[in-house]
Design a protein around this ligand. Structure first.
Ligand code: P6P
Length: 322
């Protein structure tokens, strides 16, 4: 099986970016080890702190964030860092070529129940018209991403990544300590019979989205005339990995009862990188109206509705919302 670096070289990825990806994935190897140790290494449970999202920080959230931040700060390739666990951007190396944003441990509510969790990351070129300590470094549409990926800490540790070309899957060989190519090119089936949504939020959806889900639940007896199955992982990275692997549609729509902040998922370090992975695997990724990758960001922690996965199912869902 091919190793990661030769794959990136074959994809003509520039050496500076290859070195940065290598650094980032080295940190994820350490996170994978800590996660797999679980209760044995006293990393379970919560801290007494809350992040800017208002969520209680898990010990592993803080450990993973620090691991990534330290390694990226030392890399010399990163001008600015943004993280779900950091209130503000962190200036790194002046005039370095790239900026990096990440969710160090997506789905951390799954940590204490040994569920799937993962690190989501995205890389852009640094901007020369903004200081290294400015949020304006991340004022770039998702279409500007030069690399997007996640490392999923499941029964095996898997990396899904694109550098603009196909979305490829790699598996971490823990004996050699390297990521090996296990799926050359992911291609999401255009049709599906599987949807992912938190059904307990039914009361907060728009009537149009509730109608769409209700038609899925009606199955063969309803207008969709086929039986649908439902999965909800509690970790977007796990749900989207399933969608990338076998098709499906992942939905986190707006909460109409919270007009001041209707969306839950974050654009910069959740929706955008996963949207790039999905689109480069022939899927689609929208909010309730807009292609996610075309949104002009306004804030590093801004939130968006998410509907992504099998192209024809996403189109069908959006047809209910228009
Ligand atoms: P709920 C995890 O906290 C997360 O940001 C996503 O990874 C996940 O899909 C979603 O929230 C789960 O939200 O409301 O079902 O707990």
């Amino acid at each position: 099986m091919k190793r990661l670096i030769p794959c990136l070289e074959q994809d003509n990825v520039e050496i500076e970016l290859i070195l940065l990806i290598k650094t980032l994935l080295t940190a994820c190897k350490e996170i994978s080890f800590r996660v797999s140790q679980g209760a044995l290494s006293n990393v379970l449970g919560s801290t007494l702190d809350e992040n800017i999202q208002g969520e209680t920080q898990k010990k592993l959230d803080v450990i993973s964030n620090q691991l990534l931040k330290d390694m990226l700060l030392e890399s010399g390739k990163v001008r600015t860092i943004a993280s779900e666990e950091e209130d503000f951007v962190v200036a790194a190396t002046e005039n370095a070529p790239y900026i990096v944003a990440f969710d160090p441990l997506d789905g951390s509510s799954n940590i204490d129940i040994n569920g799937q969790i993962g690190t989501i990351f995205t890389i852009y070129r640094a901007k020369d018209d903004a200081p290294a300590n400015s949020e304006l470094q991340f004022s770039q549409k998702g279409t500007e991403q030069v690399c997007a990926g996640y490392v999923l800490y499941g029964p095996s540790t898997m990396l899904a990544m694109t550098t603009g070309g196909p979305t490829r899957l790699y598996t971490l060989d823990k004996t050699q300590g390297c990521y090996l190519l296990t799926t050359e090119q992911l291609s999401i089936p255009t049709e599906t019979q599987e949807f992912a949504v938190n059904m307990s939020n039914f009361h907060q959806w728009s009537a149009e989205f509730a109608h769409y889900i209700n038609d899925l639940i009606l199955g063969k007896a309803g207008i969709r005339a086929k039986k649908y199955n439902m999965r909800w992982n509690g970790a977007m990275v796990g749900d989207v990995h399933r969608v990338l692997s076998r098709g499906g549609i992942f939905c986190y729509p707006n909460n109409i009862n919270q007009p001041e902040q209707p969306a839950k998922l974050r654009l910069l370090y959740e929706a955008n990188p996963l949207a790039m992975l999905v689109e480069n695997a022939k899927g689609k990724a929208f909010t309730e109206q807009t292609r996610i990758l075309e949104i002009q960001p306004s804030d590093i922690h801004q939130r968006v509705a998410v509907i992504m996965g099998s192209a024809n199912e996403v189109d069908k869902c959006l047809s209910y919302l228009r």
